[in-house]
Design a protein around this ligand. Structure first.
Ligand code: ZN
Length: 123
């Protein structure tokens, strides 16, 4: 199974292209920010994470689909990811960043997702 949260995945590219076309400018995977957010908007102090539902334990059909074999291993691994996400979000908030999380499953309704992200960035 391929790790979804590698760089330049399809959902990420689509979101990047869209936001760029709307005039938003961002930095990618900034190393000096907790959690290396997929998109960072330095002047707005906002970050966007684009999360695979499986890897980040989303509360949706896809996120709940734990493999039948090595179940304990996967639960532990995903549990660690979720904990790490939480810790990173906390650190980001302490630094004054606002955070939006995009779940892979939200890509199914891209217009709604686009609206949510624009509202987040313009707020
Ligand atoms: Zn999901």
């Amino acid at each position: 199974m391929k790790h979804i949260r590698s760089n330049d995945t399809k959902p990420e590219m689509r979101i990047r292209k869209y936001l760029f076309s709307k005039g938003f400018r961002y930095r990618l995977h900034k190393e000096d920010i907790p959690g290396k957010p997929d998109l960072t908007f330095p002047s707005r102090k906002k970050v966007i994470f684009i999360n695979g539902c499986f890897w980040h334990g989303h509360d949706c059909k896809r996120g709940a689909r734990i493999p039948k074999s090595n179940t304990a291993y996967w639960l532990k691994k995903i549990g660690r990811n979720v904990e790490r996400d939480k810790a990173n979000y906390l650190k980001l908030k302490e630094l004054g960043y606002e955070i939006a999380t995009v779940w892979e499953c939200e890509m199914k309704d891209f217009p709604a997702l686009a609206e949510k992200l624009e509202a987040f960035l313009n707020a």
